[in-house]
Each structure stands twice: as structure tokens, then as C-alpha cells.
Design a protein around this ligand. Structure first.
Ligand code: KG4
Ligand code: ZN
Length: 358
């Protein structure tokens, strides 16, 4: 028999486990929803590579993510994405010090693909595996690009699956200040876009149309405005948009899509800016970290920028490529966990409802 299965490992071994410094190389893997992503991050801050294979084309015709299609697409895309991430970073598997993957929350079939591959790589390399909370990962997207983005801070995590305002006292120390009581903001964007026939994902298209429309054209409701606390609600807003369009159609009047998109977006921005800034003031935070897919929204960015400037609060926003799901943020968060001595057992399973450790 040819000796094909032996002598794969090189002689040189990495630093002992626990020696996490500026040179630590972590492979990040993200497969919680509809982006297959692999990244190599150095020292928790420097992105050496960040490969993102989006599946949105596969889900577009269904108007939303189809879990089974997502899981199968991750199976096909993940190994090539990891190989590409290593090539882009000009490193090999044997240079890696740890492997971090999203453990949850997310779609269980999708999560399983990333976690299984991450654990297999970690086991073969004999390096630690770190299971990362996807929401915590989003917070770290800011730390990858802004050296001054440090804790304590308030984080607004706003995406297709979540809308949360979190007080971050330090790495791993979170307390929830407010969240949506029904639909996530991105979910509302996607549902309204779908109703208006704008395709999936709807956020970017509504954002684009908003620039062409009149944000004052329709006075959509600002839910929870008169309630204390920092929770928001977007389900009623979505229904108000649908009812408005139906009444125009019933009256045989034209539907000004740009004006409706702009008025809807303004209602989301007004609501979220008011509640977020109230939370920032409540805890006396000097920094606000915006993250998650909806952080790409131009109206939300400018609304928060204005509100933060008025109050002397530093606003940090990741570049567009780090707003939506990506593995660099998972590797960065995983590195911070390693620094705190946290690793995850190879027996751990992904959890579709994994809570942020509050
Ligand atoms: O963080 P993400 O990639 O995935 C989740 O974890 O949900 O966020 C995706 C969400 C989608 O709902 C998408 O419509 C929304 O982010 N999104 C936007 C914009 N770009 C993406 N929403 C509003 N305006 C945008 N420019
Ligand atoms: Zn996300």
C-alpha cells in the first residue's frame, strides 16, 4: 500500500495553547443563514482574508431564505471558501492557532454544516475550537476596523433576525436594554419589499428607492414612541404599509413606490434612533456600535450620526462588507473569547436559539 494517509503533518508545531497574542491566527466560519463565509484574522483585529459566498440568488425566487436550500448550499460552498480564505491570507492549515464558528442563533441545518467542518479541522490540527454567538460576532465587526471602538459601549444589533440594544460593559459582559417585541427591523424591510414586489433581500432596494422618494409623503406610525423603555415594534408598521397600498389600489389610485419606501424607512429610522439614543443616555454611554445587516441602511446611519453628534457620543459603523454576515467578525469574537480562556468542547452542538450570554 502506498503511504498516502501518513506523514501529513509538518514537523513545526504552533505556540502552546493559551498563548494568544498579536500573531494569533484564527480561522472563522459563518454559516448561520444565507452567506457561506470563511476568514483568517490575525490578533483578533487584522483581517487577512474574508471570503463571502452569498446565496441570495438561490433564495430570491422564494422571497426569503429556504432552510433546506441554505444548508445544501453551505455544504457545497464551505470547503472551497475555506481554501480560498487560506490562499488569500497566504497561510496554511498548519499556521492556524484556533478555529471559530458560529454556534447559533441561526438555521439549524445551516449551522450544523459550519460547526461540523470547524470541529473537524480543529480536531485534525489539534487546536482549540471556539463556538461563537452570531450576535456577539456582529458587535466585533466594529472592532475589526475601528481601533477606538472599545468597551464599555452600547451596541445596536439590527439585522434580518434580530433588533437589540445591548449594554456592553466589557468583553462578554452584556445586558439587554431593549429589543423588538415582534418583527426584526430587517424582517420588516424584507416583508414590505416583498409586498411591493421588490425582491429579496428587500432592505437594499428600499434604501435605494428611499433616496428617490418623499419621506414625509405618508405618516406611518412610530410604534412604542409613547411607551417607556427601549423596546421597539415593527409588525404594525409593516401592516400599515400593506393597508395603505391596498387602499390606494382599491381607490384605483397609483402606488408611489418611492414615496412609500421612503416613508416606511423614515418610520423605522425615527423609531430606532429615538429608542437607541434613549438607551445610550440611560446608561451614559460614550460610544455606540452599530452592527448587523440593517446597519448598511443609509437613513439609519445618517439618523444615528446626527443624534450622536448632538450628544457628543462616538458612533462606530462597520463598512458595508462587514455589516452583513461574515466570518471575519466570528474570528475576531472567537479570538477575544480565547483571550478570556474560553474554548468550546468538540461535543458541543449548534443551538438555533442560542441566547446572548446576558
Ligand atoms: O446581518 P444579516 O446579513 O443577516 C442576519 O443575521 O439577519 O442581515 C440581513 C438583513 C436583511 O433583512 C436585509 O434586508 C437587511 O439586512 N439589509 C438592509 C440593508 N442592507 C441589508 N436593510 C435596510 N437597508 C439596507 N441598506
Ligand atoms: Zn447576522
Amino acid at each position: 500500500m502506498a503511504d498516502t494517509v501518513t506523514a501529513v503533518r509538518p514537523e513545526v508545531r504552533r505556540e502552546p495553547v493559551g498563548d494568544w497574542d498579536e500573531d494569533t491566527l484564527v480561522l472563522g466560519i459563518e454559516t448561520s443563514c444565507d452567506e457561506t463565509s470563511a476568514a483568517v484574522v490575525k490578533g483578533g483585529r487584522e483581517i487577512l482574508s474574508n471570503v463571502i459566498a452569498s446565496q441570495t440568488d438561490l433564495h430570491g425566487e422564494y422571497g426569503g431564505v429556504v432552510p433546506e436550500i441554505a444548508a445544501r448550499a453551505h455544504v457545497e460552498a464551505l470547503t472551497p471558501a475555506i481554501a480560498q480564505a487560506l490562499r488569500d491570507a497566504e497561510v496554511t492549515f498548519w499556521d492556524l492557532d484556533a478555529v471559530a464558528a458560529t454556534l447559533g442563533p441561526g438555521l439549524i441545518g445551516a449551522l450544523l454544516v459550519g460547526v461540523a467542518e470547524a470541529k473537524a479541522i480543529a480536531a485534525v490540527l489539534e487546536v482549540p475550537f471556539v463556538g461563537v454567538n452570531h450576535l456577539e460576532g456582529h458587535i466585533y465587526s466594529n472592532l475589526l476596523v475601528h481601533p477606538e471602538a472599545t468597551f464599555p459601549a452600547v451596541a445596536l444589533i439590527i439585522s434580518g433576525g434580530h433588533t437589540m440594544v445591548v449594554d456592553v460593559a466589557d468583553h462578554g459582559k452584556y445586558s439587554l436594554l431593549g429589543q423588538t417585541i415582534d418583527d426584526a427591523a430587517g424582517e420588516a424591510f424584507d416583508k414590505v419589499a416583498r409586498f411591493l414586489g421588490l425582491g429579496y433581500p428587500g432592505g437594499p432596494e428600499i434604501d435605494r428607492l428611499s433616496l428617490l422618494g418623499d419621506a414625509q409623503a405618508v405618516a406611518f406610525p412610530r410604534a412604542m414612541a409613547d411607551r417607556p423603555g427601549f423596546d421597539v415594534s415593527y409588525s404594525g408598521l409593516k401592516t400599515a404599509v400593506i393597508n395603505h397600498v391596498r387602499s390606494l389600489e382599491a381607490a384605483g389610485r397609483p402606488v408611489p413606490v418611492e414615496d412609500i419606501a421612503a416613508s416606511f424607512q423614515q418610520a423605522v429610522v425615527d423609531t430606532q434612533v429615538a429608542k437607541t439614543m434613549a438607551a445610550v443616555e440611560h446608561v451614559g454611554a460614550r460610544r455606540l456600535l452599530l452592527c448587523g445587516g440593517v446597519a448598511a441602511n443609509s437613513g439609519l446611519r445618517s439618523g444615528l450620526q446626527r443624534a450622536c453628534e448632538e450628544r457628543g457620543v462616538a458612533l462606530f459603523v462597520p463598512p458595508m462588507s462587514l455589516c452583513t454576515d461574515n466570518a471575519a467578525m466570528i474570528a475576531a469574537c472567537g479570538t477575544a473569547m480565547l483571550r478570556r480562556g474560553l474554548t468550546t468542547s468538540l461535543e458541543a452542538s449548534p443551538d438555533p436559539n442560542l441566547p446572548l450570554a446576558l
